[in-house]
Ligand binder design. Structure first.
Ligand SMILES: Nc1ncnc2c1ncn2[C@@H]1O[C@H](COP(=O)(O)OP(=O)(O)OP(=O)(O)O)[C@@H](O)[C@H]1O
Length: 242
């Protein structure tokens, strides 16, 4: 791997007495999509949140996180974001009571020109629906807004948590198309359960199991070996639960 953009070393997280991550170490390449996989509850979201300094209050985090070689362990979330980390949480985190335009405006970062042109080129619908309240958008449109919001700014890495969850198949394809285009410009660490989407987007894969790294390697290879996929993810390589 060329110089990784993100390096996680020996990351352990305890929350409410539970040892949720137990020494997780992996690198994310400086280009393309790295997918973080694993059965439900193995610690994927906890990993992303720990990188961002979003572990719940009272939680205990150990280990080291570096971005582009710079140590960001224990940094406040706003600093990590300013350092060029874009985050799309699993619940999308759009402000339901605000319009699309207001949601975008809130994401503007001081000191850099917001790239509205790029966002509206990828998502013309956000432009058309600028005055609509985000809470009245469909799930797919809200996802587009959540992704569009981080693309207003230049980022060094995007962390995107289950972007296709709960979306209709046609919308899943649209989101995958967008992410494919985005990943040409900026590396992505993606949590995704839809293996067709993983197959389309991911070059590298990291599989967690019970708070530890169970496998790392080529995503295509993982999904081409049915027995490996089944043993690590508990599903057939089509993504259907076995
Ligand atoms: N704030 C919290 N308090 C208590 N337990 C938590 C908290 N956050 C996460 N956990 C527990 O940690 C484990 C890992 O959760 P996490 O959300 O990271 O898993 P995940 O791999 O992202 O799961 P999923 O695929 O279902 O989203 C789960 O057992 C979860 O219940």
């Amino acid at each position: 791997m060329t110089q990784p953009i993100l390096s996680i070393k020996d990351l352990s997280v305890r929350i409410a007495g539970l040892h949720i991550l137990q020494g997780v170490s992996f690198d994310v390449a400086g280009s393309g999509v790295t997918v973080l996989l694993g059965r439900n509850g193995v610690g994927k979201t906890t990993t992303l949140r720990a990188v961002l300094g979003l572990t719940p209050r009272g939680g205990e985090v150990r280990g080291t996180v570096t971005i582009g070689g710079r140590d960001i362990t224990d940094q406040a979330t706003y600093r990590v974001v300013r350092d060029g980390l874009g985050y799309v949480p699993e619940d999308r985190g759009v402000f339901a009571g605000l319009t699309v335009a207001e949601n975008l405006r809130l994401a503007e970062r001081r000191g850099s020109a917001p790239a509205y042109g790029r966002v509206f080129e990828l998502f013309p619908e956000l432009d058309r629906r600028a005055k609509q309240r985000a809470g009245s958008l469909s799930g797919g449109q809200q996802q587009m807004l959540a992704i569009g919001r981080i693309l207003l700014n230049d980022n060094r890495l995007l962390l995107i948590d289950e972007p296709t969850k709960g979306l209709a198949p046609k919308v899943v394809t649209e989101v995958a198309e967008v992410l494919e285009r985005v990943a040409v410009e900026v590396p992505v660490l993606l949590v995704e359960q839809n293996l067709a989407v993983v197959r389309r987007l991911a070059r590298d894969a990291v599989v967690l199991d019970a708070g530890r790294v169970a496998w790392t390697g080529d995503a295509g290879r993982l999904l081409s070996e049915a027995e490996l996929t089944r043993s690590l993810l508990g599903v057939g390589s089509s993504g259907v639960h076995a």
